[in-house]
Design a protein. Structure first.
Length: 86
């Protein structure tokens, strides 16, 4: 018996007031990014394979295997063309 909940990876670009973040988020199967953003009990969104840029996107500031982004600091989320991975 597996306790694993099936999820799908989505490539996203997240814009905050000061940064542009490119990476992957995991969503429940057949759910939308907006569904994840509207879950009230979680304040942070986990992002994997993250690249953090200046807001203009000119300079890569750092990379991280895992990054947790406060949902209240998110201004916009864009899913990449093709969206789903795997």
């Amino acid at each position: 018996m597996s306790l694993r909940i099936p999820k799908e990876r989505r490539e996203v670009t997240i814009f905050t007031r000061n940064h542009k973040i490119e990476g992957e988020i995991y969503l429940l199967m057949d759910s939308r990014v907006s569904d994840e953003l509207n879950v009230r009990i979680r304040e942070f969104i986990p992002v994997t394979n993250a690249k953090v840029f200046t807001l203009s996107g000119d300079s890569l500031l750092y990379t991280a295997d895992f990054l947790s982004v406060n949902k209240h600091s998110i201004d916009m989320v864009i899913t990449q063309p093709g969206g789903k991975i795997g």
